[in-house]
Design a protein around this ligand. Structure first.
Ligand code: UDP
Length: 239
């Protein structure tokens, strides 16, 4: 069967990896994520991942005059490296070839990101985990996902969240909330829908990079997306 995408950029927030825990990692979630990635790798899909760090540390949390925001953000970027290392090992533990690349190399821990090298690694079947965000303070890992997706020539940015798509109102508060199956970039702006932060969204829009918001922990969701089924919400140019 022909799959809809051959190279994807998956974005997990730290919150997804935290599962029901208050901090850090829920190992059963990491395992579940890895099994889903393995299932699509076995169908030949090339997988690059951008991982957040909010389950460990967010720069904006620091309310101290003694620690500068840019330093706090560097700490946040280090948190994403911790998540990336965990993911890399869980992937390898189930037989996937995997590599971590960080925006800023961490000697002896994670090599630096290089788009050309990354594309070659993806083509050879490695699952790549991009950590360290964009490498710059005042950005988010959503922006890193948009950026890396464009840089490695992914067909789509798949943003994994705890909600299975974009709704017209908060589905946790309103049981009548309706999920959009497809939206255009301008619909998102006009209706002020929360998809990604503005910098990330603008990058995707300007480069016509489709974004799909979905729930990674919903059984088989990733596979259904690859088969072109109605899963989550797809944001495109709308043409
Ligand atoms: N961060 C940053 N620059 C980046 C990406 C991340 O400074 O390009 C820092 C920032 O402090 C952020 C933290 O890393 O709060 C964790 O990233 P993010 O909040 O995006 O993680 P997520 O919410 O996806 O878990």
């Amino acid at each position: 069967m022909k799959l809809k995408y051959s190279r994807i950029l998956l974005k997990f927030s730290g919150e997804v990896l935290m599962g029901k825990a208050d901090f850090g990692w829920d190992m059963s979630v990491l395992q579940q994520v890895a099994e889903q990635v393995k299932a699509i790798r076995e169908q030949g899909v090339e997988v690059a991942i951008v991982v957040g760090g909010g389950n460990v540390f967010r720069g904006g949390q620091v309310q101290s005059k003694s620690i500068q925001r840019s330093t706090a953000d560097q700490m946040g970027m280090m948190a994403t490296v911790m998540n990336g290392l965990a993911l890399r090992d869980v992937f390898e533990s189930i037989g996937l070839k995997s590599r971590i690349m960080s925006a800023n190399a961490v000697e002896g821990v994670a090599e630096g990101f290089n788009a050309n090298h990354a594309q070659k690694c993806l083509a050879s079947g490695e699952v790549l985990v991009f950590a360290g965000g964009t490498g710059n303070p005042f950005f988010t890992t959503d922006t890193a996902a948009a950026l890396r997706g464009i840089e490695v020539g992914a067909d789509v940015v798949l943003k994994a969240t705890k909600v299975d798509g974009i709704y017209d109102s908060d589905p946790k508060k309103n049981p009548q909330a309706i999920r959009f199956s497809q939206l255009s970039y301008s619909d998102v702006i006009q209706q002020n829908l929360q998809v990604m932060d503005l910098a990330a969204f603008a990058l995707c829009r300007d480069h016509a990079m489709p974004i799909r918001v979905f729930d990674m922990l919903k059984d088989g969701a990733l596979n259904r997306i690859l088969l072109g089924e109605d899963e989550g919400t797809l944001v495109t140019t709308g043409d």
